[in-house]
Design a binder for this molecule. Structure first.
Ligand SMILES: *Cc1c(COP(=O)(O)O)cnc(C)c1O
Length: 466
């Protein structure tokens, strides 16, 4: 297998191989790593993937990204192990809603959100790469709920990995908090901070840039700035397309979007040769991405809490990867653009960025009423219970004006039981937790509360990290 090199979107950090980017997370120049060039599959190669078990499909799609960092046998062992933990044999089954609309259920993993699809794999990759160099990794992350639980499940009990996960006190759902705090493993540290998700996220960024910390520990990332997460998400775009007649037939995807990771994986699938008609970026009222794609205006406002908290986000880290890829891959110019954005909290997309993005992306925004309506429609007309994030995707899918002969697949990013209050408000029905997480409310919780200051969090991590 040919080596695959990764370069930073800001043009200065050294290029790395797959193992390097997996352990590094963020590039040292503040940019994000992307493959130097996109691997290609011919229509014949894609057609030959039809009918494969998910774990084998995953290995085929990941192989060119992994390059020579894993043998084909090792890669297959890891995908079999990661996807063997899913509660559905198809891993990401497709469900039909009507003549045109489908949902791709990505929530059959251990913590009931699509984050498991990537993080189960990422945990195994950490273990594999660290064992080779007898190194260790200290993961520091911030979560509004789903990333934290999926990451903790994926690394709990690993020998060379320690995880510190910050969540905003009182601002994650009970199910989300318990999925993090009831995991009892010596390498798991939960921290509830006084403050918002944005405050937690800002502290994590400071940790990465804190020379005293990085001199002592190798800090790792589990959010979608980590390339390996996006790579794992490319696979289910192939899985859905192959089910619906690809590569001979085009289809569209609607993706409930926050940090732009999931939908960027769709862009990667298209770059690799998968025939995709449109990628629909679905946002809630926190609509910076909708404004950026529709009007070229990428400017932050204040975050409004909604029924879909995992999409209540201001700055979409992975949008930088798109701007790099469609804007001529000019790291020096993009670094300047991002510095200007950091200072002004606003920027205009360049003409080439706008044109490049509009060829593949459409966008739509759902307010709270639209979200509840979409949940109600799916329940009453199709007999399917959707969580609020998925409902935003469905709303956008039905508004996008895609030709009726083209199937539209909405990514179902969370199980409805993760957000039972919103589902009940919309449909009158309260979804029950699947039995695999059934005793969640009986287990004992463990977490520490800290004030919302950087020093408190940093000192806590420095004292506890081994
Ligand atoms: C994380 C998350 C999203 C947003 O995904 P991005 O990759 O950040 O765009 C949407 N829905 C749910 C349920 C999530 O957990």
């Amino acid at each position: 297998m040919r080596a695959m090199k990764y370069v930073s979107t800001r043009g200065e950090a050294p290029s790395l191989d797959f193992a390097g980017v997996t352990l590094a997370g963020l590039a040292s120049d503040g940019g994000l790593y992307v493959p130097e060039s996109w691997p290609q599959f011919s229509p014949q190669e894609i057609a030959a993937m039809r009918g494969l078990p998910y774990a084998e499909l995953a290995a085929r799609v990941m192989e060119p990204f992994v390059g020579d960092c894993l043998t084909p046998e090792c890669l297959r062992e890891l995908t079999a192990k990661a996807y063997g933990r899913f509660a559905h044999k198809a891993v990401t089954p497709l469900v039909q809603l009507d003549e045109q609309h489908w949902v791709l259920e990505l929530f059959h993993g251990p913590t009931l959100a699509f984050k498991d699809v990537a993080l189960q794999m990422l945990g195994l990759l950490f273990e594999e790469f660290l064992s080779r160099e007898e190194g260790s990794l200290t993961i520091v992350g911030a979560t509004s709920g789903d990333t934290g639980s999926a990451a903790i499940d994926a690394v709990a009990g690993l020998e060379n990995v320690e995880i510190f996960m910050l969540h905003p006190k009182g601002r994650v759902s009970d199910v989300q908090r318990r999925q993090m705090t009831t995991v009892r493993a010596p390498n798991v540290h939960n921290i509830a901070i006084d403050g918002s998700f944005d405050d937690a996220q800002a502290m994590v960024k400071r940790i990465f840039a804190d020379a005293d910390v990085t001199a002592k520990y190798r800090i790792g990332a589990v959010n979608s700035i980590n390339w390996a997460r996006l790579m794992a998400q490319v696979v289910y775009y192939f899985a859905a397309a192959l089910q619906l007649g690809g590569p001979e037939r085009k289809l569209a995807f609607s993706v409930p979007t926050g940090n732009f990771g999931d939908v960027f994986a769709g862009h990667v699938a298209a770059r690799m040769g998968l025939p995709i008609e449109k990628l629909i970026v679905a946002t809630n009222v926190n609509d910076i991405l909708h404004r950026a794609l529709a009007e070229g205006d990428y400017s932050t406002g204040t975050v409004t809490p909604t029924a879909a908290p995992s999409m209540d986000i201001q700055v979409s880290s992975n949008f930088e990867r798109l701007l790099f890829d469609v804007g001529g891959r000019d790291g020096v110019a993009l670094a300047q653009q991002m510095r200007d954005f950091d200072a002004a909290k606003a920027m205009r997309l360049t003409n080439s960025q706008r044109e490049g993005a509009s060829a593949m992306f459409a966008s739509a925004r759902a307010d709270e009423h639209d979200t509840l309506q979409a949940m109600r429609w799916a329940c009453e007309e199709c007999g399917e219970m959707l969580d609020p994030h998925t409902a935003i995707g469905l709303h956008a899918a039905r508004k996008a004006g895609i030709d009726p002969t083209t199937p539209v697949v909405t990514l179902a990013t969370a199980h409805p039981a993760k957000f039972p209050d919103a589902v009940e408000r919309a449909t009158g029905l309260r979804p029950g937790l699947p039995s695999r997480v059934g005793d969640l409310f009986a287990r004992e919780e463990s977490y520490i509360e800290l004030p919302g200051t950087y020093e408190a969090v940093r000192n806590h991590i420095m004292e506890r990290a081994s």
